[in-house]
Design a protein around this ligand. Structure first.
Ligand code: HEC
Length: 128
């Protein structure tokens, strides 16, 4: 093999390594997006102001539960006193009634798989 070709291969391997962290993160978000699409998108949009059957999930992390303007929440949700964070979102999507008893997110079966929930919560973090 010619020296210049070898150098080109070594160089491109190094630059691939350099870019690996960014693309790994991208891949994780793509996974999260797929998981979100599978389990949430029937009822929720990620776009600001876009309320469907459920309220928009844009900016959900750090938002007070039941506070989106123009959406009619159950009194259980608006009176829950919760502010959404990674931890209570994870519990909510595992079993909504355990976190906000009597909420109106139905029919929704819950997600038992912790890894799947983690993907969705990571994705929700990007919606701001
Ligand atoms: C069958 C429709 C449906 C599905 C599927 C669904 N939701 Fe909901 N979601 C709702 C409805 C309706 C509400 C409003 C509940 C209330 O007012 O009590 C809600 C409320 C929420 C809230 C509270 C929002 C706020 O502003 O306080 C969060 C968070 C949420 N959903 C996350 C999710 C996630 C994440 C998924 C997917 C894992 C999901 N939902 C799947 C219908 C759905």
């Amino acid at each position: 093999m010619q020296r210049s070709a070898l150098r080109a291969i070594v160089f491109s391997s190094i630059s691939m390594l350099a870019f690996a962290p960014a693309s790994a993160e991208q891949e994780m978000n793509d996974d999260g997006k797929v998981a979100f699409n599978n389990s949430c998108r029937t009822c929720h949009s990620f776009k600001e102001g876009d309320n469907r059957l459920g309220p928009t999930l844009h900016g959900i992390i750090g938002r007070k539960a039941g506070s989106v303007e123009g959406y009619q929440f159950s009194s259980a949700m608006s009176g829950s006193g919760i502010t959404w964070d990674e931890n209570n979102l994870d519990q909510f999507i595992e079993n909504p009634d355990k976190v906000v008893h009597g909420n109106a997110m139905k029919p929704y079966g819950g997600i038992a798989d912790a890894a799947e929930r983690q993907k969705i919560v990571s994705y929700l973090k990007t919606l701001k």
